[in-house]
Design a protein around this ligand. Structure first.
Ligand SMILES: O=C(O)CC[C@@H]1NC(=O)NC1=O
Ligand SMILES: [Fe+3]
Length: 404
C-alpha cells in the first residue's frame, strides 16, 4: 500500500470533473496529494505546497487521471445465466415461448432462491473483478431476484459482503418491486403489501439497503403500485430510484421526480415534460445502452430533451442476466456515444460525477476535489476521448481506491 503518511501523484493530466468547470475540469501538469485516503491537494504541480514535496511520489509521466469509475446501476448479484434463452430467441422463439420454456426473470428467481449467500458471492466475484479491472471504485448492486423476504435479504447481504471480498465501495438498492413471484398467483396488490409490511421493515431495520427501486412498466408494476412502495420507502427515510419508461411511456420518470428520486433509469420513452420534472427535482437520468443494445430496442432516450431541460445524465452497465449481461463500463461509454450520441465529456461525467450524484454520494466521491475520497483511475492515454473511442480495450495503468 502507498505510504500511510501521504503520497503524491505527479506530472499528470487531471480530469477533476469538478462542478461548473469547463468540460472535464482538466488541469495540465498537475499533482494530486493523498493523505489518510482522501484528496489533500489537487492542482498545478508548480503550485503544490512545499510541505508535500518529500512525500513518496508516483510520477504519472503525463498520463490522464480521472475519478475512479462508478457503475451506478447493476443487478450484479444473481445466480446462473440466461444464455439458453438467448439461444432460443436467436432460433426464432418468441418471449412467450421463452417464458413457457421457463425463461425470463422467473428463471433467475428460481436460481437465486436455490443459491446460498456464498454461492452468490462466488458467482458474482468474476463480474465484480471485470469491473474493477477497468478502474471502477464504486458499484451499485440491486436485489430483485429473491422476491420474498428471506431471499431479498440474502441478496442484499451478499451485495454488502462484496465490499469485504474486494477493495471496492458497494451501494445497495432494494428492488423487491422487480417482478411478481409465481407464488403470488398474479395478485400484485398482495405482493406490494408483502413488500411494504414485511420486506421493507426488515431490510430498513438491518440497514441492508441504501435506496429503494422499482420496475415501472406494463409487464411489471404500474405507477400507483410503485407509489405505494415509494411512500413506504420514504417512511423508512430511504431514497428512491426507478426503472422508468424503458419499453413504454407510463410517465415513470415524472413519478420518480415527484418523489425527488435520486434517479430515473432506462428512460428511453420519457418525454420532455418528464425531462423537465427530473431537472427540477435533481433526478438523474441513468442511461443503460447495454440493455437497449442487447434487446435490440429502437427508441433512444431523449438526450436532447435532457440537455435542454438541464437534466443530469449518467451511464451504467445495468449488468443483469436477462437484458444486459455487460461487465464493461468502458464499452458502456462507447455505446453511450455511438448509440445515444453523448459527447465524450458527457460519457466520462456519466460514469464519474453524475453516477455519484445518481447514488447520492457526490459529497464523498465522483470528482477529484479536496476532502473527497482518493478514488482515482490513471490511464495510459493522452486524449480523454481514447477512453470512449475504443471498443474492448482497457488502457488502465493504475487504480487507486481510498488512497491505496
Ligand atoms: O430480465 C431480467 O432478468 C431483468 C430485466 C431488467 N430488469 C428491469 O427492470 N428492466 C430490465 O431490463
Ligand atoms: Fe436494471
Amino acid at each position: 500500500t502507498l505510504n500511510d503518511k501521504g503520497h503524491i501523484f505527479t506530472h499528470a493530466r487531471v480530469a477533476t470533473l469538478r462542478e461548473n468547470a469547463d468540460g472535464l475540469g482538466l488541469i495540465e501538469d498537475a499533482a494530486i496529494v493523498v493523505e489518510q485516503g482522501r484528496i489533500a491537494y489537487v492542482g498545478p504541480q508548480a503550485e503544490m505546497p512545499a510541505l508535500y514535496a518529500d512525500y513518496p511520489a508516483t510520477n504519472c509521466e503525463n498520463r490522464l487521471i480521472t475519478p475512479g469509475l462508478i457503475d451506478c446501476h447493476t443487478h450484479l448479484i444473481h445466480a446462473g445465466n440466461r444464455a439458453h434463452e438467448f439461444e432460443l430467441r436467436l432460433e426464432g422463439a418468441s418471449y412467450e415461448e421463452v417464458a413457457k420454456a421457463g425463461g425470463g426473470i422467473v428463471s433467475s428467481v428460481k436460481a437465486l432462491r436455490a443459491a446460498s449467500e456464498n454461492d452468490l458471492i462466488r458467482e458474482s466475484l468474476p463480474r465484480l473483478d471485470a469491473l474493477i479491472a477497468e478502474g471502477v471504485t464504486t458499484i451499485e448492486v440491486k436485489s430483485g431476484y429473491g422476491l420474498d423476504t428471506e431471499n431479498e435479504i440474502k441478496s442484499l447481504k451478499a451485495a454488502r459482503r462484496l465490499a469485504q471480498e474486494r477493495n471496492v465501495a458497494i451501494r445497495t438498492t432494494f428492488l423487491g418491486a422487480h417482478a411478481l413471484p409465481p407464488e403470488m398467483n398474479g395478485d400484485k396488490s398482495a405482493y406490494i403489501d408483502v413488500i411494504i409490511n414485511e420486506m421493507l421493515p426488515a431490510i430498513a431495520a438491518d440497514g441492508l439497503a441504501d435506496a429503494v427501486d422499482g420496475f415501472c412498466e406494463g409487464i411489471a408494476f404500474l405507477p400507483d403500485e410503485i407509489a405505494r412502495v415509494f411512500d413506504a420507502a420514504k417512511a423508512h427515510d430511504l431514497p428512491v430510484k426507478l426503472h422508468a419508461d424503458q419499453l413504454s411511456n407510463l410517465h415513470g420518470a415524472k413519478l420518480a421526480a415527484s418523489y425527488n428520486a435520486l434517479s430515473a433509469d432506462h428512460v428511453e420513452y420519457t418525454d420532455s415534460e418528464g425531462a423537465q420534472a427530473m431537472a427540477k427535482a435533481g433526478t438523474v437520468a441513468v442511461l443503460l445502452p447495454g440493455a437497449y443494445y442487447f434487446i435490440r430496442e429502437t427508441q433512444k432516450p431523449p438526450v436532447e430533451a435532457f440537455r435542454q431541460a438541464g437534466t443530469k445524465m449518467a451511464l451504467a452497465t445495468d449488468n443483469n442476466p436477462g437484458t444486459s449481461p455487460l461487465t464493461s463500463l468502458l464499452l458502456t461509454m462507447n455505446m453511450g456515444a455511438t448509440l445515444f450520441r453523448l459527447t465524450v465529456d458527457e460519457c466520462i461525467a456519466g460514469v464519474t460525477r453524475e453516477a455519484a450524484r445518481a447514488l447520492g454520494i457526490l459529497p464523498e466521491t465522483g470528482t477529484i476535489e479536496v476532502g473527497k475520497h482518493a478514488d482515482l483511475a490513471i490511464w495510459d492515454v493522452q486524449r480523454p476521448a481514447e477512453l470512449v473511442y475504443r471498443i474492448g480495450f482497457n488502457p488502465l495503468w493504475k487504480r487507486v481506491f481510498r488512497g491505496n
